[in-house]
Ligand binder design. Structure first.
Ligand SMILES: Cc1cc2nc3c(=O)[nH]c(=O)nc-3n(C[C@H](O)[C@H](O)[C@H](O)COP(=O)(O)OP(=O)(O)OC[C@H]3O[C@@H](n4cnc5c(N)ncnc54)[C@H](O)[C@@H]3O)c2cc1C
Length: 280
C-alpha cells in the first residue's frame, strides 16, 4: 500500500504525531509491534507541556476518568518521619501542575483516538529506499510472520531507543545502561496516605540489600501504581533480598498494607531499561 506517512512505533510520541497528522488531513499508518498493551501498571509523571497536548486531543474530563490524575504533592519517608518534599503550595507558586498516569492506559487511549490506521502486532523489519531516499518500510506480522511493504511519502521512526529507522538514516546514538531496575505493581490507595500525593519510603538497608525503597503514585479511581527501584543483583540473590525486604515492610504499617503478601521480586512486573538511554 502507499500512504502519506508511516509511523513506526505506537508509543506516546508516535501516537500523538499520527493523531495530529490525521486531523490535518494526512493519511497515516501506525505500526506497533506489540499486539496488546504490556501487562501490569507502572508509575509515570507527566508534565504540563505533555498534558496541554493530551487535553488538546480529547476533553480533560475524559482523560481524568481513567488515565490521568492531577498530583497534589510528593512526600518522603526517611525511616523516622514524613517529609513533605513537594507541597501543593510549592506547585501552585511555581505554576506547575504535574499529572500522574498509568502509561499503558495513556498509550491505549491515544491509540484509540482514530484519526489514523493502527496496525497492531506488525513490526518494521527494514527500510525501503528509492533514489537515496527512504520510501517506506518492509513489515512483518509478528503472529503469522507474513511479510509485506508499505510505501510512504514520509517514514517516521518512533521505535524506541534502538530505532531501526534512526539507524537506517545513519544516525548513531551511544547509550548506557540505566543503573537500576524497577519492579512495579498496582494497589488500592492506602487510607493513611493523602489522596493524589505520591509517597516514597527510603529503605534503611538500601546499601546492603540493593533495594532503594518503595514509591507509590496515585492513579484515578482510588488506585495506585507502586514501584520498587532495585539493583539487578537482587534477582540473583533472592533469599537475602527477601529477608531485607521483609524487615523493610514490617517497619511501617502502610507499607505492609500496600505490599500485602506480594513477594519480592517475583510477584512484581519487572520494568527494565535494558536498551539503555542516551548520554545526553
Ligand atoms: C521505567 C520508566 C519510567 C519512566 N518514567 C517517566 C516519567 O515519570 N515521566 C516521563 O515523562 N517519562 C518517563 N519515562 C520515559 C517515557 O516512557 C518515554 O520517554 C516515552 O515513553 C518515549 O515515548 P516514545 O513514543 O518516543 O517511544 P516508546 O515509548 O519507546 O515507544 C516505542 C514503540 O515502538 C514500538 N516498536 C519498537 N520497534 C518497533 C518496530 N521495529 N516496529 C514496530 N514497532 C516498534 C515499541 O513496541 C513501542 O511501543 C519512563 C520510562 C521508563 C522505562
Amino acid at each position: 500500500m502507499t500512504t502519506d506517512f508511516v509511523v513506526v512505533g505506537g508509543g506516546i510520541g508516535g501516537a500523538v504525531l499520527a493523531e495530529l497528522l490525521g486531523r490535518g488531513g494526512k493519511q497515516v499508518v501506525v505500526l506497533e509491534r506489540s499486539s496488546a498493551p504490556p501487562p501490569g501498571v507502572r508509575p509515570e509523571i507527566l508534565w504540563p507541556r505533555t498534558m496541554e497536548v493530551l487535553f488538546s486531543l480529547g476533553p480533560r474530563e475524559v482523560w481524568e476518568l481513567e488515565a490521568v490524575l492531577p498530583l497534589r504533592g510528593v512526600e518522603f519517608h526517611d525511616g523516622r518521619r514524613i517529609v513533605p518534599l513537594i507541597t501543593a503550595d510549592l506547585l501552585r507558586d511555581a505554576g506547575v501542575q504535574p499529572f500522574s498516569t498509568n502509561p499503558n492506559q495513556t498509550r491505549e487511549s491515544l491509540l484509540r483516538l482514530g484519526s489514523f490506521e493502527l496496525r497492531r502486532g506488525v513490526e518494521a523489519i527494514a527500510i525501503l529506499k528509492e533514489k537515496g531516499r527512504i520510501a517506506g518500510v518492509r513489515i512483518r506480522d509478528t503472529a503469522t510472520r507474513e511479510e509485506g511493504e508499505i510505501e510512504a511519502h514520509y517514514t517516521v521512526g518512533d521505535d524506541g531507543t534502538q530505532s531501526l529507522v534512526r539507524k537506517a538514516c545513519g544516525i548513531d546514538m551511544q547509550t548506557r545502561e540505566f543503573p537500576m531496575d524497577f519492579v512495579c505493581f498496582e494497589c488500592a490507595w492506602p487510607a493513611a496516605v493523602p489522596a493524589a500525593t505520591a509517597r516514597f519510603w527510603l529503605n534503611a538497608e538500601r546499601r546492603t540489600s540493593g533495594i532503594a525503597g518503595l514509591a507509590i503514585v496515585p492513579l484515578p479511581n482510588a488506585r495506585g501504581a507502586g514501584l520498587v527501584p532495585l539493583l539487578s543483583r537482587v534477582f540473583d540473590a533472592t533469599p537475602s533480598a527477601e529477608a531485607s525486604w521483609s524487615r523493610f515492610c514490617a517497619a511501617d504499617p502502610t507499607v505492609r498494607e500496600v505490599i500485602r503478601d506480594r513477594r519480592l521480586p517475583h510477584d512484581f512486573v519487572r520494568v527494565r531499561r535494558t536498551e539503555g538511554r542516551a548520554h545526553s
